[in-house]
Design a protein around this ligand. Structure first.
Ligand SMILES: [Zn+2]
Length: 129
């Protein structure tokens, strides 16, 4: 082979380090069970914060750690909707009043539009007559 040829390998694909003289960090095997009763064993470093759930390696659903209690559910703050915020400011009776006011304004406007249309129709009738 010509000494001008560069030999290489893909970046990151191969490690030339050997496991010899290497001491692995202490590990523990954690078992997870999914609803289909598949067991998934995952090695974690001894000091790792072991998750409560893991993906089942057989069916891909959520598997639950065998040796742990369910973590305490965090207190979830209920989301306030626009309606909730409105109810904090006004009572239903007040809202009924506001609604009636707005409807009256709308009806008045509607009446004006109808009258305008009537007047316009009368004008065009006069013109065409
Ligand atoms: Zn499974």
């Amino acid at each position: 082979m010509s000494d001008r040829v560069l030999r290489g390998s893909r970046l990151g694909s191969v490690s030339y380090e050997s496991d010899r003289h290497t001491e692995f960090a202490p590990r523990s095997l954690t078992s997870y069970d999914c609803s289909q009763r598949h067991e998934t064993a995952v090695p974690f470093a001894a000091e790792a914060d072991i998750p409560y759930t893991w993906e089942c390696k057989v069916c891909g659903t959520q598997a639950i750690r065998r040796d742990a209690q369910a973590p305490e559910a965090k207190a979830v703050k209920p989301t306030r909707t626009h309606w909730d915020m409105l109810l904090e400011r006004r009572s239903i009776a007040e809202l009924e009043e506001v609604l009636a006011e707005r409807l009256a304004v709308l009806h008045e406007h509607q009446g004006q539009v109808k009258a305008q249309l009537k007047a316009d129709a009368a004008k065009t009738r006069k013109k065409s007559a």
